[in-house]
Design a protein around this ligand. Structure first.
Ligand code: APR
Length: 238
């Protein structure tokens, strides 16, 4: 089957990659829903990944993201991240990379123009619309830092449950899906929309890379049962 997908890739003028937490699993970043090791097996997303939760307990939520930020800063992109970046460097304009991941590992591997649908955990922004007094560099330190003028809080620049995705990023991702000849869907359970929907609107062939069955398998033209850092280098080498 990998030979078939390599053929599709060779013929593809417009490739798209859609990645999820499994893409970073071999770098040591836990996924969200894998058995007992997934983050959501240990932590309640409703208590930690919603605006309501942040307003109810800003310190707990801020500290939890600070813990994840430190974890992400300690790990390195894996061979899968590097293979995608190298392919795009060898074949400019032939691969649009769309990710649900907030870990920045694609970008650290050298991928440019990554469409990060769910934001970036290493960045933060104001919780409420900033007032004239809201200057990030003058924010009072703390969990979370806040504006000394009005108390506006800093929050992680990620998309929380119940929040809209960045409009332009989503529009660019939908355009890439509707234009693609081949979409590689790597390391996602396909449970979270609108991201998972991109695989369903893909114009071209859809090939899934995942060691486990996913909700998107029925929408796929090929399913490669394996891990991202092992299969992507084989798939993407010239
Ligand atoms: N290589 C490829 N896939 C893997 C690997 C690996 N080494 N290890 C695990 N996987 C697969 C799992 O089998 C699973 O299907 O990665 C998938 C991870 O699924 P989730 O934990 O649900 O992560 P994801 O699909 O990215 O979640 C979507 O949900 O929690 C929110 O905003 C968060 O972006 C996230 C979104």
């Amino acid at each position: 089957m990998i030979g078939q997908v390599r053929q599709w890739l060779g013929a593809a003028r417009h490739g798209a990659g859609l990645t999820g937490a499994g893409m970073s699993a071999e770098s040591g970043v836990p996924t969200f829903r894998d058995g007992q090791t997934g983050l959501w097996a240990k932590f309640d997303p409703q208590q930690l990944a919603t605006e309501e939760a942040f307003r109810a307990n800003p310190a707990m939520v801020w500290d939890w993201y600070a813990f994840r930020r430190e974890m992400v800063a300690r790990v390195e992109p894996n061979a899968g991240h590097r293979a995608l970046a190298a392919f795009a460097q060898r074949h400019p304009q032939r691969l649009t990379l769309i990710t649900q991941n907030v870990d920045g590992l694609h970008q650290r591997a050298g991928s440019v123009g990554v469409l990060a649908l769910h934001g970036n955990i290493s960045e933060d922004k104001w919780l409420d619309a900033p007032n004239a007094c809201c200057n990030p560099s003058l924010a009072l330190p703390g969990s979370p830092p806040c504006c000394k003028g009005c108390g506006n809080m800093r929050r992680p620049a990620v998309v929380w449950f119940g929040e809209a995705l960045p409009l332009q990023t989503l529009a660019d991702a939908e355009a890439a899906a509707q234009e693609c000849d081949l979409m590689l869907v790597v390391g996602t359970s396909g449970l979270v929309y609108p991201a998972a929907g991109l695989a369903r609107i893909a114009r071209g062939k859809v090939a899934i890379i995942n060691p486990e069955p996913t909700e998107l398998d029925s929408a796929a033209d090929a399913v490669l049962r394996g891990k991202a850092a092992q299969l992507l280098p084989q798939l993407l080498e010239d």
